[in-house]
Ligand binder design. Structure first.
Ligand code: PLP
Length: 284
């Protein structure tokens, strides 16, 4: 069984208990992170902890642990669960409070939870064929840069994708592509890799930054620029990126083929470069 971390202690998952008064349960008043580990080593831990810090500050929760304490706890959690290729889910909420009141409690006692589960690679057949995606108006709020646990819009958008036989829903606001329901978006347009610029309407993905770094490292032309949904008709390639799925080629959008309708050559290069990074991490 899984060993999880809750409020300073490690325990078997069935023993982890959270109050129904927890503001995470009552108000979705909390933030989270998902951090991948390869060969027992955390990928971009510093970047994930920085984003956690930003998310906590954005909703005004004091960070309950400092960097060394987060690092030690997460490494311990990985080791207790057997290492290997895993993903860590961690969540911090504003903790239990009574009576129910929207405004913050006087003395918040944050709930800190973390668990680690095996990283399940994307079905190789899907990776080889590429995946279908749909597009939808973005129905979220205007602080999508914070990784909050208030995920109902993402839940509905992912369910819609599933019901339409698609892998992801690409979110569009005022005619601009922003990101996927649980991923960032890249397009290859006229030989240039393009992704929307960071801002309040999308999550600054750690995988996104890594992909841009790979572009810079290998001298591949790239730009952070607005990506009109209408321009995707002309895209040669479309990808979505996330910590657990890495880079995924999207080969149809709303039922129409993207580019040649197959994973493209630029995807193949970046995916190879990404796997090189992971191999480096695994071998220390
Ligand atoms: N955008 C959203 C809305 C997400 O939920 C995620 C992660 O699941 C991402 C982007 C990708 O972020 P990362 O690469 O840090 O996993």
């Amino acid at each position: 069984g899984l060993t999880v971390y809750l409020n300073g202690e490690f325990m078997p998952l069935p023993e982890a208990r959270i109050s129904p008064l927890d503001r995470g349960f009552v108000f979705a008043d909390g933030v989270y992170e998902v951090i991948p580990a390869y060969g027992g080593r955390l990928l971009r831990l510093g970047e994930h902890l920085q984003r956690l810090e930003n998310s906590l500050a954005g909703i005004r929760i004091d960070n309950p642990l400092d960097r060394p304490a987060w690092t030690a706890m997460l490494e311990d959690l990985l080791a207790r669960n057997g290492g290997g290729d895993r993903s860590i889910y961690l969540q911090v909420t504003r903790g239990p409070a009574f009576p129910r009141d929207h405004a913050f409690p006087e003395q918040p006692r944050p709930t800190v939870f973390a668990m680690s589960t095996p990283l399940r690679p994307l079905d190789p057949a899907l990776r080889a064929s590429g995946v279908p995606a749909i597009s939808h108006e973005d129905i979220r709020w205007d602080r999508c840069d914070l990784k909050t646990i208030a995920l109902l819009p993402a839940v509905l958008m992912k369910q819609l994708a599933k019901e339409r036989g698609a892998f992801e829903t690409i979110l569009v606001r005022n005619g601009l592509v922003l990101e996927g329901a649980a991923s960032n978006v890249f397009a290859v347009m006229d030989g240039v890799l393009v992704t929307p610029p960071k801002g309040p309407f999308l999550l600054p993905g750690i995988t996104r930054d890594l992909v841009l770094e790979l572009a810079a490292e290998h001298g591949f032309p790239w730009r952070e620029a607005d990506l009109p949904a209408a321009a995707l008709d002309r895209a040669d390639e479309l990808w979505v990126t996330s910590s657990t799925r890495e880079i995924v080629p999207v080969t149809s959008l709303d039922g129409r083929a993207v580019g040649a309708g197959r994973p493209g050559p630029v995807y193949a290069r970046f995916y190879g470069w990404y796997q090189e990074k992971l191999a480096q991490l695994r071998s220390g």
